[in-house]
Design a binder for this molecule. Structure first.
Ligand code: CDV
Length: 329
């Protein structure tokens, strides 16, 4: 019997700064019920799916660690999951017998702030969490920008990395937005046998550090996720918060991508939309056992630099020390 997971990629349109959590959760519930009506086992929501994308504003003149009364900044974080306002999602998922994956800003009891995904099974129980590894943007206010991208101010980098979970009859991993651009994200999970990677994103079409990339946003989005899927023999579910949110236009293009690298289903709108496909997890084997038979063909002893080095090093061609360093580590 094949292992098939029917997935609903629950794209969201904009969430306004003034929108209440209750109104957003109502939208998520509509998509969850839509997923259940479409026979889905799992509905995947995007990154930071409960609020507007608040890193676009410099919200605090001082330090991010704010004591005392809750500020606007603090109001964007969840201190518990589920909390009183998100419990209805868990209850409805349990009632419908459908799992979900939800992105949110997490404030831990000991004061850490993460950009987090939670994976919940069809019984309403938490399977696991993922905290974003690659945090893009900047730390300080840059008033010359059209809008800020202060993720590096408001979130810490995950100290935990990429893990996979036995769930939905397969091996499931999570990644968030900027993670999808890095081949290591997929490979680290590929090496754990991942069969489906869930990726939520908020990607503004305008990229301030190099606007020449603006017209390539859609191309780059699918390029990296299709490559990650194919090169690791895994399904990839890419889910956007798209549309024009508080004046900032973000990429939609939610897609379900097969281990062949093919897009099998894609959003047609830039608003709330459920994109559904049945994902045959056994299809992963075709790639994992042939071209990408890691045990047979990978040469980890050739890749030492990948785990050892952040930025590029000047390695002089033919320099025996440099070559030794590259291969030995
Ligand atoms: N939310 C994100 O991680 N966004 C980044 C932008 C800033 C480039 C992305 O990689 O899409």
């Amino acid at each position: 019997m094949t292992r098939s997971v029917r997935v609903g990629a629950a794209q969201l349109g904009p969430i306004a700064r003034a929108d209440s959590r209750e109104s957003v959760v109502e939208r998520l519930l509509v998509l969850l019920r839509d997923g259940a009506a479409s026979g889905c086992d799992l509905v995947v929501f995007p990154e930071l799916a409960l609020t507007t994308f608040f890193p676009r504003w410099y919200l605090d003149e001082g330090d991010v660690e704010i004591a005392g009364d809750t500020t606007e900044l603090d109001s964007y974080y969840e201190t518990e999951m589920p909390g009183p306002l998100t419990q209805p999602l868990f209850d409805e998922a349990r009632r419908l017998g459908i799992g979900f994956c939800l992105g949110y800003a997490e404030l831990t009891p000991d004061g850490h702030r993460y950009n987090t995904y939670v994976l919940v099974d069809g019984g309403g129980d938490i399977v696991g969490h993922y905290r974003k590894v690659h945090i893009p943007g900047h730390e300080m206010h840059e008033p010359e920008r059209q809008f800020q991208h202060l993720e590096r101010r408001y979130f810490e980098e995950s100290p935990e990395g990429f893990h996979v979970h036995k769930a939905f009859d397969g091996i499931v991993g999570m990644a968030i937005c900027n993670d999808r651009r890095w081949p290591e994200t997929y490979r680290v999970m590929g090496l754990q046998g991942v069969e489906m990677i869930l990726i939520g994103y908020n990607t503004p079409l305008h990229y301030a550090p190099d606007p020449s990339q603006n017209p390539l946003q859609a191309f780059h989005n699918h390029l990296v996720m299709q490559a990650g899927a194919y090169q690791n023999g895994t399904w990839v579910i890419g889910v956007a918060k798209g549309g024009v949110e508080e004046g900032v236009e973000s990429l939609a293009q939610t897609a379900i991508i097969a281990p062949s690298g093919q897009v099998v289903a894609q959003a047609a709108t830039i608003g709330d939309e459920l994109v559904v496909a049945s994902c045959d997890l056994d299809m992963c084997e075709k790639y994992k056992k042939t071209l990408f038979d890691f045990d047979r063909y990978r040469r980890p002893e050739m890749y030492g630099l990948i785990a050892k080095t952040g930025g590029p090093r000047a390695l002089v061609e033919g320099d025996p020390d440099a070559l030794k360093e590259q291969h030995d580590e």
